[in-house]
Design a protein around this ligand. Sequence first.
Ligand code: MLT
Length: 263
Amino acid sequence: MLINGFNMQYLDQGTDIPLLLIHGYPLSRQIWLRQADGLAGVARVIAPDLRGFGESDPLQGDSTMDMLAGDCKELLDHLGLKGRAFVGGLSMGGYVALAFARLFPERVAGLILAATKATPDTVEAKAGRDAAIQKAMLEGAPGIAENMLPKMLAPASYEKKPELVEEVRQIMNSASVEGITGALVGMRDRTDSTPVLQQIQTPVLILHGQEDQLMPPSTAEETHRQCPTSELQIIPGAGHLLNMEQPERFNEALREWLLRQRR
Ligand code: MLT
């Protein structure tokens, strides 16, 4: 589907509660397959490939979190979902979900923040983005994947779940260089979303892996403290990609929360 000047691929599966799920960096809609299957009876899962990721075309230039949120809102419009939807994101997808809630509050029934945070990049993190941009331009997606893969899952998953490790590597390798560099600039320059947490009127579900090596669970505890409408669940046996590592636990937490919001 043509969205804001590029061809966007997306998953649209299930019926009932509209649930937009936004992937992290440098990933794709493939990370949400276990949610689309597991929540089929409860939710209509809509999961885009953000510009330059998965099978969506890249665009030249920066991908700000606001632009990515705008792409997601266009997708919902194109699908005829012009009322409220539940909006969830993992990691960078969470930054986009928070931008979505700031830009289009009238379209949000509730937020799901998985393995993410509201605070902006530190000076050190910004320097890391610049180094990653150089690496992506020299080595492409495989160079970025090689660096990030050892931190994406809980330490035990690398021995116990080799298929999952390979699945994540393949997803990362599907990203385009433009998608990667655009998102790195967008993440580096993103604004502080803490005010969104404090002002949001709708319910917020925070899910975090207990063994997240990229963002410790204390990040999620801080988000929870800042957000009066939030609930927090820390999921054991999971790292950064908690929805892929512990899909049953993740889906159960999300299903129970979604059904409670609908009552
Ligand atoms: C992600 O998983 O989306 C990224 O690691 C987030 C980040 O780099 O800040």
